[in-house]
Design a protein around this ligand. Sequence first.
Ligand code: SAM
Length: 246
Amino acid sequence: MKTKIQGKESVMDYYQDDEVASKYIEQRYSSLFGKLRNEIEIKVINSFLKYLNPKTTLDLATGTGRITKSLKNYGQGYALDTSGEMLEHAKKDINNWTLRKSDAFDTQFEDNFFDVVISTRFIWHFDKSNRIKLFAEIRRILKDNGHLIFDFPNANIKRFIRKKAKIGFKRIYTQSWTTAGIKEELFKNNFQIVSIKGILHNPKILRNMSDKSSSMVNFFKMKLANILSRKEAYNYVVLAIKTKES
Ligand SMILES: C[S@@+](CC[C@H](N)C(=O)[O-])C[C@H]1O[C@@H](n2cnc3c(N)ncnc32)[C@H](O)[C@@H]1O
């Protein structure tokens, strides 16, 4: 059994690898389940951006630019990551964003610079003490009343459903929350939830459908099943506003 990747340095090191970077999308987003997840996440984030209409947006830990490349209404876009290997892939797809190789915990941006910070598949990889540091840095670079958009795994979803992903990244430390739990944590870090959207309702059914056939017809059946079902969501995407320090 391989050791779990845990801690700020280990998470950073893991992605500084050509193989990890080049297999990133294929491993996580080539199944129908992965494709649907990607599509819905982008749709939800774009709906938040349309509502906010920011002048400046940062994608914190953009990786290969999976989300970044499909965003609209982001104003002046900046994206950072510590992995040169991941950023090499991002560069191929993203033209209008300013890409930087830098640390999310110490971004080097000036105070109150961004209207919106987006961060997907990132915050959940850190323990509470590091998350406090990360939220503090995000608050610092956000304008007053600026917004944070991020995703998180639903703590109510059983581990066996997640394990069906059968890929290496399971080894990375992953924090999950209930919606009440995330609300409390954000409150303690001086953020308030504005909107929270479930992604992939009833994931057990969707995963089973995804395994059975990779046809486009099945993909549309999955989309429909996701719309009709309103059971537990696999993940959530949250829009939160920076509040005054309490
Ligand atoms: C799971 S990937 C998420 C990438 C992208 N946001 C997405 O949703 O596909 C995590 C990313 O965090 C980056 N990363 C790890 N530690 C970091 C740090 N301290 N500062 C900035 N990026 C970091 C990794 O290089 C990797 O690209």
